[in-house]
Design a protein around this ligand. Structure first.
Ligand SMILES: *Cc1c(COP(=O)(O)O)cnc(C)c1O
Length: 404
């Protein structure tokens, strides 16, 4: 039981809370599911990049999947060893590639022929061999939201199978490239096993055909994307997920890597916000809260559903339809539309669930609202893991450039 009211009183609102015991539980469930093989779980840092969250996973043995050099540096700073860090993403600057090579991370995950050429040039300049994996786009429909589908040719990610093969041959013949991994990631919030299994089978066949060319793939990276329950979704069990993947790898001696983000963090997180007041426009009822789309943008961005709980109201209280909206000057600033809530009063506390992934990391200073504080709850104790941003923080990068 998390003491939402007490924590809201102690740290003020809006506020992010993360249940660190739940984070560990999710990690362990997944790690256990793969125990029949060598595996490395690389936490997708973009889901929640708070240093204390990363460190928590690092302590459990996790690696990290990063999509910018900034994330690579965060992972290193939080104590993730360089040999457990991979660097993905469809666009990497030369400087980012160079720094990743200098830091000698496990793998650079290459997403195009042009990128492979840039990696080779950077590696040659450093007179190093770059360990790479190539992201294959298996052209599988993951049956999820189109904004978070990534494994179709119409998406910008990865290369098709024929291109992948050609790039592996090129890399094999280069003095500066060492093709040791293969990678796919077909989308996010996956709730169906079949597309993952299909993609895995296609990529495993590619690994077998590379073997005949004397290209030895050691790391088989199945990406992230395991779905979580926001509402009433039926979920993939980690065990079934692992079995589906393992069943496609017969005869292959590879380390399995996966890159879960949402699965590890989403349901460990809560966003706490207090009611400012209510208003009605004609028949329409609005509950106006102190958190806004700059703090948690998923409803505005993807029309995402987040369960909203109101603290301290009796079960049988009368409810009516309303929109829960923030103070930001945008009509898109809402957390829920047309939900039923009892009448609220000033300072009533609302808890927005499933707020551990793609929430704090997507927050901004829009409307000159400081980013909110983040608090970890572990073994019944709470601690601050990011302080609330102040006005001074928000003007720090501009104030020295004011002209008379
Ligand atoms: C975003 C992303 C992930 C994590 O996705 P989740 O849905 O949060 O598990 C993993 N790998 C890559 C390459 C990504 O871009």
């Amino acid at each position: 039981m998390i003491e939402f009211q007490a924590l809201a009183d102690k740290y003020d609102t809006p506020l992010y809370l993360y249940d660190f015991n739940h984070l560990a539980q999710q990690y362990t469930r997944l790690k256990e599911a793969f125990r029949a093989r060598k595996s490395l779980i690389c936490y997708a840092v973009k889901a929640n990049s708070n240093l204390s969250v990363i460190k928590h996973f690092a302590n459990l043995g996790a690696g990290c999947d990063c999509v910018s050099i900034g994330e690579v540096k965060r992972a290193l700073y939080a104590g993730v060893p360089n040999y457990k860090i991979i660097f993905s993403g469809v666009g990497k600057r030369d400087e980012e590639i160079k720094e990743a090579l200098e830091k000698d991370i496990l793998l650079i995950n290459v997403e195009s022929e042009a990128e492979l050429n840039r990696v080779e040039i950077q590696a040659a300049e450093l007179n190093k061999q770059a360990r790479i994996s190539i992201r294959v786009n298996p052209n599988i429909d993951p049956q999820t939201h189109p904004y978070i589908s990534t494994g179709l040719h119409e998406n910008k990610f990865g290369v098709d199978l024929d291109t992948a093969k050609r790039l592996y041959i090129f890399a094999k013949n280069s003095d500066f490239l060492d093709p040791v991994g293969i990678h796919f990631h077909i989308g996010s919030q996956l709730t169906q096993l079949e597309p993952i299994k299909e993609a895995s089978a296609i990529v495993a066949d590619l690994v077998r055909s590379l073997q005949t060319l004397d290209i030895d793939i050691k790391f088989f990276d199945v990406g992230g994307g395991l779905g979580i329950r926001y509402d009433d979704e039926t979920l993939i069990e980690p065990y079934d997920y692992a079995q589906a993947i393992l069943s496609t790898l017969t005869g292959l001696d590879v380390t399995i890597m996966c890159e879960p983000g949402r699965f590890l963090t989403a349901n460990s997180g809560y966003f706490l916000t207090r009611v400012l007041y209510e208003k009605t426009n004609g028949d329409k009822r609005f509950v106006i809260v102190d958190g806004g789309m700059n703090d948690l943008i998923r409803p505005s961005l993807y029309n995402a559903y987040h369960k909203i709980e109101i603290i301290g109201k009796a079960e049988d209280e009368e409810t009516s339809e309303c929109d829960v909206v923030g103070p930001v000057c945008e009509s898109g600033d809402f957390f829920a539309k047309n939900i039923r809530l009892p009448l609220t009063r000033h300072n009533d506390l609302l808890v927005i669930h499933s707020a551990g992934a793609y929430c704090a990391t997507m927050s901004s200073n829009y409307n000159t609202r400081g980013r909110v504080a983040e608090v970890a709850v572990e073994d019944g104790k709470d601690r601050l893991i990011r302080r609330r941003e102040s006005f001074e923080d928000m003007i720090a990068l501009e104030k020295d450039y004011l002209k008379d």
